[in-house]
Structures are given as C-alpha cells and as structure tokens.
Design a protein around this ligand. Structure first.
Ligand SMILES: [Zn+2]
Length: 83
C-alpha cells in the first residue's frame, strides 16, 4: 500500500474535523489516531481499543498501517500535515 493509498483510507474511514485546537496542527484527527496508536504500541487488545474509542476493526487497522508506514519511512505521523 502506497502512502497515497493509506491517506485515502484514513480520509475514507475518519470524517474530517478541521484543524486541531490543542496543537494548532492542520488535522484534529491526529488526537484520536495518536491515542489508538498508543494503545496498539503497548499491546492493548483490538476489542478493547474498539470499545474505548468506538471505532471499527477496519479503522484501527488503518491507523496501524499508516503509522507503521510513516515510522518506517521516517516521515511525520499522519495529522501533522494535511491529508
Ligand atoms: Zn493537535
């Protein structure tokens, strides 16, 4: 999956919310994505993440793929630039 594809996937699965009121970044969705990523990185079970954030398996997996790709490519994490 290219970076274009995972960007499309995040945009399709998460409604746009505009800029972040906390950090001033271009995409407020990063707060949810960062939280999901944090849970994944400490090994929380998928069902627990889905319950805690009211998201689907597909949504969780899209975040996991996008963050993994960004880290591997040493690129800024999604939400730090307009998708
Ligand atoms: Zn922010």
């Amino acid at each position: 999956m290219s970076s274009g594809e995972w960007r499309e996937e995040l945009n399709r699965l998460y409604p746009k919310r505009g800029p972040c009121a906390i950090c001033g970044g271009p995409d407020a969705r990063h707060r949810l994505w960062d939280s999901i990523d944090g849970y994944l990185r400490v090994g929380e079970p998928l069902d627990f993440i889905m319950d805690d954030f009211s998201v689907t398996k597909e949504q969780v997996e899209a975040v996991q793929r996008a963050y993994r790709k960004a880290r591997k490519a040493r690129r800024p994490l999604p939400g730090r630039y307009p998708l």
